[in-house]
Design a protein around this ligand. Structure first.
Ligand SMILES: Cc1ncc(C[n+]2csc(CCOP(=O)(O)OP(=O)(O)O)c2C)c(N)n1
Ligand SMILES: [Mg+2]
Length: 337
């Protein structure tokens, strides 16, 4: 008999991820977190659906959006938040920021180098294969990371060494301001199959579908049946990072004028590259902005609200209240500047 989807627990984890990241966003806007802040808002369905199948000793190799996975895996929220604000008492003594994190107790590591989750996961998986059969490694990455050389090498090595790696590709269709389809040859399915890697595609906004799809894949990995790839689509409404200029441009005419003004003025400037190239550059900016506008207007579903609509209202309220309490006490630990 197939196990039922643990909907309330998945909802609880997704709300924890969402509310924690919303709190981080506020801290960033207050100037408490320095540098760029890449959040995984919109990816929670993928992360929660996969993590629910993990057991103690499994490893996580994460990308530049590591926060939802660390929250879902049980990393202490205060340690995480303190790390983000650069405190000595943070998870990595304030040296990691939001992208370069390591939680040794949970074998969870992240890197801002696109594609680095591949080799990290292979390393974890090789040691599991030798020392702890039955344990697996999960590599979370974006879809454009699958074009990175080291990721392709990792797919190959994982296949020839039959490593227990689950490559989870969170596909939002964009790599900063480039549409991934414009720079990706072939399909991810054919790529995975070319390496002899099992492949499944799923809609990431449907956490239940992710959970159901990934269960048998992980069972196979634990039995030593080699690597697998889960290709999950998702929609990230806030763009690449907080205060994303492309998102601002396409949602506010004033911001559009502010961002495109210097480019327009450069067309009238006699110096620099050939006018044909400069007009070509301007066209590309307009086409990218138009593409993002279309992307934002498409209703792709939010994993949190989508599941919430199917749950009992009292249970939802209970979960939300518990999460608010947890977030408030985390913020109290971080304190004021
Ligand atoms: C090796 C490397 N090249 C380029 C970058 C700059 N960079 C940061 S995120 C990013 C886009 C990644 O796109 P994707 O893998 O689809 O992830 P997403 O941001 O959409 O989640 C790029 C090019 C980097 N960090 N590392
Ligand atoms: Mg992407």
């Amino acid at each position: 008999m197939k196990a039922p989807v643990p909907a309330l627990e998945l909802f609880h984890q997704m709300v924890r991820m969402r509310r924690f990241e919303e709190a981080l966003s506020e801290l960033w806007h207050q100037g408490r977190i320095s540098g760029e802040l890449h959040l995984g808002i919109g990816e929670e369905g993928i992360v929660a659906g996969v993590l629910d199948h993990l057991i103690e000793g499994d490893a996580l190799a994460l990308d530049h959006r590591p926060t939802p996975a660390l929250v879902g895996r049980g990393t202490d929220l205060s340690l995480l938040a303190l790390e983000m604000v650069g405190a000595e008492t943070g998870l990595c003594r304030g040296h990691g920021g939001h992208m370069h994190l390591f939680d040794p107790e949970r074998l969870a590591a992240s890197s801002g180098i696109v594609g680095a989750a591949g080799p990290m996961a292979c390393g974890f998986a090789l040691s599991h294969q030798r020392l702890r059969p039955g344990r697996i490694a999960v590599a979370f990455s974006g879809e454009s990371a699958i074009n990175q050389g080291m990721m392709l090498e990792s797919l190959n090595l994982a296949a020839v060494w039959e490593l227990p790696v689950l490559f989870v590709v969170k596909d939002n269709g964009w790599a900063i301001t480039t549409r991934s389809a414009e720079m990706t040859g072939g399909t991810l399915r054919k790529r995975a199959e070319g390496f002899g890697i099992a492949y499944t595609k799923v809609r990431g906004a449907d956490v239940g579908a992710v959970w159901r799809a990934v269960g048998p894949m992980i069972d196979d990995l634990r039995r030593g049946r080699g690597p697998a790839m889960l290709h999950a689509t998702c929609h990230r409404p806030s763009g690449h990072f907080e205060h994303d200029p492309l998102i601002r441009m396409v949602t506010s005419p004033r911001e559009f004028a502010a961002e495109s003004g210097p480019l327009t003025r450069s067309l009238a400037d006699g110096s620099g590259g050939r006018i044909r190239d400069r007009i070509g550059g301007m066209r590309r900016v307009i086409s990218t902005a138009a593409g993002m506008r279309v992307h934002l207007s498409k209703r792709r579903g939010d994993p949190v609200t989508r599941l919430e609509q199917t749950l009992d209202a009292t249970a939802v309220a209970r979960v939300r209240a518990a999460v608010e309490k947890e977030i408030l006490s985390t913020l109290a630990e971080v304190g004021s500047p």
